[in-house]
Design a protein around this ligand. Structure first.
Ligand code: SF4
Length: 477
């Protein structure tokens, strides 16, 4: 526990410390590679930035973090030069600080609440979290220590993304045996198949998965729960509990003419074919993406930016994002839009697609749009786009549809658990579904959301599953 009355540097002095510039690759350089945009920082820079934390007693950053990371506690250790110990603070409440530090929208979470940020730039919490977690993972932090005596109870986890990985790690550390099933061939879920390398290098995920395997977790790929294996069969095979963490991976389609033309793709397929090696993909997705001159991405969120920036790196000459509202209503992170614009992506606002049209070769060649204007606010509170009556055309030889994700309804249907508005219904405090022994969390419960939200659900569910299994042991004794 920090004695904050003993601050080495007075708070008023801390507030005057200059923020540290975190270097980035220039747009020209980074569009020629697949490396992360942010450059590594040194311990000296990290310490100087950590000193800007005023260690305020109320710590609103902790409240704003979905997993309540003790940010001031970690930054205190970092400013005193112990990055490894700082990482240990994050790992007390997080399974993936090396990823959350890179992927969280910090401006609306911890950094958005940072008191220093009221008059200056907030402390760069995300970059510091990533820095200390990198020190940790590269300096023995993933050593498997002693594990508790086995309970001989087995848990099946459906989905090997962030929620599944976190629940598996927590449960195996409580002595349970865990098997994680996924329909894709390799584990990682959205971390592998959705996040491009320029936001997070795949070696970070590989290292974490290697650690989880060494902890004793078994990953089984190419297994579609509800089709190849049912929840009922999992119980018959001797699993004592099931966690559903299968995410929201079904890319929404546009129900307009021409959606099946060659050259029209949904975001997931485009991202995986652009970012992964063919051997990591199912047979039908292994063909490389055809060369494209003009790529049009439909959608305005972070996934749309990921697709557009992937297209730039794949060599497209012109990349345009079309969105039906204006920039002010755009979902996703400003930082992602800024990075996309810096890399040459242009934006067509107030544009709603009407149909895809083919060229003489039968391949998509252009998209017909309706020009929109903003009307009254809708249920989301954002002003609704309404047609002006004007139409226009944008030429494109590749079109990527990035308009959100929904969950695969066949899994909860097979599990026989309650669903509301297409999402699995749980008790929020425990992750319990209405079927005994079946728990759930992450995007299949919340809709497409953040990695950190999935972690929060997974950690609550792991505690509840552990209690449930303890009850089963008692009942059997
Ligand atoms: Fe901030 Fe996300 Fe880290 Fe929490 S997990 S401290 S919200 S970057």
């Amino acid at each position: 526990m920090i004695d904050r009355s003993q601050l080495d540097i007075d708070r008023k002095v801390r507030l005057k410390l200059p923020h540290q510039t975190i270097g980035k690759q220039s747009p020209d350089t980074r569009t020629g590679n697949w490396d992360e945009v942010y450059l590594p920082i040194t311990l000296e820079v990290a310490k100087a930035e950590a000193q800007r934390c005023i260690q305020c007693p109320s710590a609103p950053c902790i409240t704003a973090c979905p997993i309540s990371n003790d940010i001031p506690g970690a930054l205190w250790k970092l400013e005193h030069g112990d990055a490894y110990a700082a990482a240990e603070v994050f790992y007390q409440t997080s399974n993936l600080p090396e990823m959350c530090g890179r992927l969280c929208p910090q401006e609306r979470l911890c950094e958005g609440a940072c008191v220093v940020g009221k008059k200056a730039k907030p402390v760069a919490i995300g970059r510091l979290e990533a820095f200390v977690a990198d020190v940790y993972r590269n300096h023995g932090g993933y050593d498997v220590g002693p594990l508790p005596a086995p309970t001989n109870q087995r848990v099946a986890v459906v989905g090997a993304g962030p929620a599944g990985m976190a629940v598996a790690e927590e449960l195996v550390k409580k002595g349970h045996s865990v098997t994680v099933f996924d329909s894709w061939s390799e584990p990682g879920g959205v971390l592998l198949y959705g996040i491009p390398n320029f936001k997070m290098q795949k070696e970070i995920l590989d290292q974490k998965l290697d650690y989880l395997r060494r902890l004793g977790i078994t990953f089984i790929g190419d297994t579609y729960i509800g089709r190849d294996l049912t929840i009922e069969q999992l119980f018959e095979q001797g699993f004592h509990a099931v966690f559903l963490g299968f995410g929201a991976s079904q890319g929404n389609q546009l129900e307009i003419d021409g959606g099946d033309l060659p050259g029209v793709a949904v975001a997931t397929e485009y991202l995986v074919r652009g970012n992964l090696k063919p051997e990591q993909l199912p047979e039908e997705m292994r063909a490389p993406l055809p060369d494209a001159e003009r790529v049009l991405v439909i959608g305005g969120g972070d996934t749309a930016m990921d697709c557009a920036r992937t297209a730039v790196r794949l060599g497209a000459k012109e990349v345009t994002c079309a969105y039906r509202r204006t920039e002010a209503e755009q979902p996703g992170r400003q930082e992602e839009r800024t990075h996309a614009a810096e890399e040459g992506v242009s934006f067509e606002y107030l544009a709603a697609p009407l149909c895809f049209e083919a060229g003489p070769d039968g391949h998509v060649a252009r998209v017909q749009f309706a020009r929109m204007k903003l009307g009254e606010p809708d249920d989301s509170g954002r002003r609704r786009p309404v047609p002006t009556g004007e139409e226009f055309t944008v030429a494109a030889d590749t079109v990527v549809i990035a308009i959100g994700y929904t969950i695969d309804a066949s899994v909860p249907s097979d599990a026989g658990v309650a669903v509301c508005d297409g999402l699995v219904v749980i008790d929020k405090g425990t992750g319990r579904t209405d079927r005994a022994g079946v728990f759930a969390g992450g995007d299949c419960v919340n809709g497409a959301d953040l990695v950190v939200t999935a972690l929060a659900d997974a950690r609550r569910a792991a505690n509840a599953i552990d209690q449930y299994l303890a009850g089963e042991r008692e009942a059997a004794a």
